[in-house]
Design a protein. Structure first.
Length: 434
């Protein structure tokens, strides 16, 4: 499968608007709130499992059996043989994909009733829409390596390779021909709540698709991947200012830029669904295409012992420590209260934070599929799929943990134990319980 970050050449659509910059006078890192009990017991130099009131110890190696857990809604997983598996309630897993076909990408429809996924075989790759009973093929010009339903559920957006370029296209699920929106290398994008499309093209331009064109709204840096909408008008991105790059809010209605803080290097981030907070990590000296995955990277802040994952309140401009360690995945709950993270701080663990760390898994190993195809681009993927249950009470992840390999479900509660649900190398919950 072509990786999102494997880019070559430089090319992008013509843009029809110029940037109007309205910069704030201060772009320093936000003040770090150290009053809240958020710091886990693990330290950068020597990971620890010491129990403190605000940092629960690692759970027992014994996980609950799957039959004890009734999950809300539907859960989908890529099986170990490349099949697409779906589970609802306390039922068995069902295979939705065709036999002898390899599924590499998948995504839930906004109502949680259907999925789209890729199926590859000797005769090529197809994009399928199905509900476990019926299935239909979506016409494509090129195989996609990333898929994302539009908010109204009428089309599937996707990225695909075209020579040394990446194309972004929209495919109606009723069988009509797809529409190419942008072409560049690299290319990342974001969908607003109403379906507006923002693109980060060639590591230099932030644009918004308007009809058949892309309107430029800001000059950007290559130190980030996917932009993220806060609402239907404002975007988060790294933009170029006269004094350097800044992590900033860009208003697409007038092109104004509100810097949050300066960035020297690369940043990865995830915006809460309500658009009020952003979890982020600054990676010193890195670029978007060579973001490290397995090696420890020092976060860049003004603190002498820098926290690695911060949560910034965009209204108060106050940042709070969430996790110490390199974030390999950050995923907000649907109610915007809790943050799940795959954190590398010596050991790799899944953690859940809600103003303090609620729970931490035993050490895990993730599959090569997740490590190579999903993790390096989590800030794109977590906008399109989530491991959170629709009611924000459970978090699902795929890993090898405590002698078992497959899908686990972790309650977002202090001291709660994870349940093992069966095979899988990558997992995503349907956005609605119906």
């Amino acid at each position: 499968m072509t990786a999102l970050g494997e880019r070559g050449g430089v090319g992008w659509l013509a843009v029809v608007a110029l940037l109007v910059v309205t910069a704030c006078s201060s772009t320093q890192l936000p003040e770090l709130d150290q009053t809240a009990p958020t710091q886990p017991a693990t330290t950068l130099a020597r990971p620890s499992t010491t129990t403190t009131p605000d940092s629960p110890a690692d759970p027992s190696d014994q996980t609950r059996p799957a039959e004890l857990l009734e999950i809300p809604g539907r859960l989908a997983a890529l099986g170990p043989a490349g099949e697409l598996l779906v589970r609802a309630g306390n039922t068995d897993w069902e295979q939705w994909s065709a036999d002898a076909r390899l599924v590499t990408q998948f995504g839930w429809s906004p109502d949680g009733a259907r999925m789209t996924w890729t199926e590859a075989g000797d005769d090529g790759t197809e994009l399928v829409v199905g509900d476990g009973r019926d299935r239909a093929l979506v016409p494509l010009e090129r195989p996609p390596f990333f898929v994302w339903w539009t908010p109204d559920g009428s089309r599937v957006s996707h990225l695909g390779a075209a020579g040394d370029q990446i194309t972004l296209a929209l495919s109606p699920i009723d069988g009509q021909a797809d529409q190419v929106l942008a072409e560049a290398s690299p290319l990342f994008y974001s969908l607003s709540p109403s379906g507006r499309v923002a693109v980060h093209e060639a590591g230099t331009d932030l644009g918004v698709v308007e009809g058949a064109t892309v309107d430029l709204v800001a000059r950007t840096s290559g130190g980030f991947q996917a932009p993220a909408w806060l609402d239907d008008e404002r975007l988060l991105a790294v933009v170029q200012l006269e004094r350097g790059d800044a992590f900033a809010i860009v208003d697409t209605t007038d092109g104004s830029v509100t810097p949050l803080f300066d960035v020297d290097g690369s940043i990865s981030f995830a915006v809460s669904p309500d658009g009020r907070r952003v979890a982020y990590q600054i990676l010193q000296g890195a670029q978007a295409d060579d973001r490290p995955v397995g090696n420890r990277v020092t976060a860049q802040t003004t603190e002498p012992d820098p926290p690695d994952v911060l949560v910034l309140d965009l209204e108060t401009q106050q940042a709070t420590l969430a996790f110490i360690g390199q974030a390999r995945w950050l995923d907000w709950s649907p109610d915007s209260r809790a943050l799940a993270g795959l954190i590398d701080a010596g050991d790799l663990t899944w953690r859940v934070w809600d103003e303090q760390e609620l729970t931490r898994s035993a050490p895990v190993e993730i599959s090569p599929v997740m490590a190579e195809s999903f993790v390096p681009f989590y800030d794109q993927y977590t906008q399109a799929l989530t491991g959170w249950s629709p009611d924000s009470s459970l978090y699902a992840f795929a890993a090898s943990m405590s002698g078992r390999t497959g899908v686990f479900v972790q309650p977002a509660e202090v001291g709660a134990e994870a349940s093992f649900l069966g095979p899988g190398v990558m997992v995503a919950w349907a956005p609605q319980a119906g």
